[in-house]
Ligand binder design. Structure first.
Ligand code: FMN
Length: 354
């Protein structure tokens, strides 16, 4: 039986345990560059014993950023600092992963501690947002511009270039961000995708953008490294993307060689009623795993060692991703090991505290 501290091997990559640092925007970059903040933030959680450390949503193009302060990987100059971070994470026994993202209609916002509001295209630091259809996230925000077929092709190319760079920087895992109402999710959901061309309408058409990104990314991403996709398994809204859609999509992604589905929810519909509570999204990781056989990751209000362990032991998911608990406690894996009676290696520098 597997538990939280059982290793997991995907392709040529071994994770020492089932605990991942979930992607978390830091809004601390200038012009997309990683800096000492990212090194220390991600590095501490590798030192703290996580099996997988995933960067925040890393923008594949400047206009794909949620805020002007987001991390990016749209030019080769970004790689110097990213290489240092990936190498540090790996040197401390964790697998370095990168989430690749385009924010679509949710781009061009101020960072949360500056109010988090939309920045108008003509304002300083703002830009014109794009989306599958000219439907704003909330009515108060300007309408995004509908992507043309040529622009879709360009975005796909940006994901490809970003994936090539991620490998060059030393990341061993990429996660395509197809959740939380960002560009790929906007194509998936009928609530944000009103297109009448072959990217809109039927389920097959709405998933096409993701599949085209995936197929093209696979031509540059090393075949022996894992490729993950984060989805929102439901829009929690009438007429939106559903858990059955998530299962159908995951089965197709599995056939196409995706290794693990990271099952989040929501983010595409303002004001959706989400039944928040401990492990409230685990059911979706379980459903996708049981109905398709693909590996899944569970995320969302997983905060205690016992809870995290139970998700793995009971076979609901293969990996747990923690976000806010890792902000409170970078050493969560060490504390969890103590609680659960597992023997794990501490950094030599810290052994006297074990
Ligand atoms: C500060 C912060 C930044 C986040 N940024 C991202 C992100 O870049 N990409 C993403 O997929 N999710 C992001 N999330 C969502 C988390 O990855 C996670 O799915 C969510 O917080 C639920 O997990 P938790 O209850 O363990 O925090 C962010 C969450 C927080 C708290």
């Amino acid at each position: 039986m597997q538990n939280l501290f059982s290793p997991l091997t995907i392709r040529s990559v071994q994770f020492k345990n089932r605990i991942a640092v979930s992607p978390m925007c830091q809004y601390s970059s200038e012009d997309g560059f990683a800096n000492d903040w990212h090194l220390v933030h991600l590095g501490s959680r590798a030192v703290g014993g996580a099996g997988l450390v995933i960067t925040e949503a890393t923008a594949v193009s400047p206009e794909g950023r949620i805020s002007p302060d987001d991390l990016g990987i749209w030019k080769d100059e970004h790689l110097v600092n990213l290489k240092r971070i990936a190498a540090f994470i790996e040197a401390h026994g964790a697998v370095p992963g990168m989430q690749l993202a385009h924010a679509g209609r949710k781009a061009s916002h101020n960072r949360p501690w500056d109010g988090g509001k939309f920045i108008a295209p003509d304002a300083e630091r703002g830009w014109q947002t794009v989306a599958p259809s000219p439907v704003p996230f909330i009515p108060a925000e300007p309408v995004p511009r509908e992507l043309t077929a040529e622009e879709i092709e360009k975005v796909i190319g940006d994901f490809v270039a970003a994936s090539r760079r991620a490998a060059e920087a030393g990341f061993k895992v990429i996660e395509l961000h197809a959740a939380h109402g960002y560009l790929i999710h906007e194509f998936l959901s009928p609530l944000s995708n009103r297109r009448t061309d072959h990217y809109g309408g039927s389920f097959e058409n709405r998933i096409r953008f993701l599949l085209e990104i995936l197929e093209r990314v696979q031509t540059v991403w090393p075949a022996d490294y894992p490729l993950l996709v984060r989805i929102s398994a439901t829009d929690w809204s009438e007429g939106g993307w559903t858990a059955d859609d998530a299962v159908a999509l995951s089965a197709i992604l599995k056939d196409k060689g995706v290794d693990l589905i990271d099952c989040s929810t929501g983010g595409n519909v303002a004001g959706a009623r989400i039944p928040l509570g401990p492990g409230y999204q685990v059911q979706f990781a379980e459903k996708v795993k049981k109905e398709t056989g693909i590996l899944t990751g569970a995320v969302g209000l997983i905060t205690t060692p016992e809870q995290a362990n139970e998700i793995i032991v009971s076979g609901q998911a293969d990996l747990v991703l923690l976000a806010r608990e890792f902000l409170r406690d970078p050493y969560f894996p060490f504390h969890a090991a103590q609680k659960l009676g597992a023997e794990v290696e501490w950094p030599a520098q810290y052994v006297r505290a074990k």
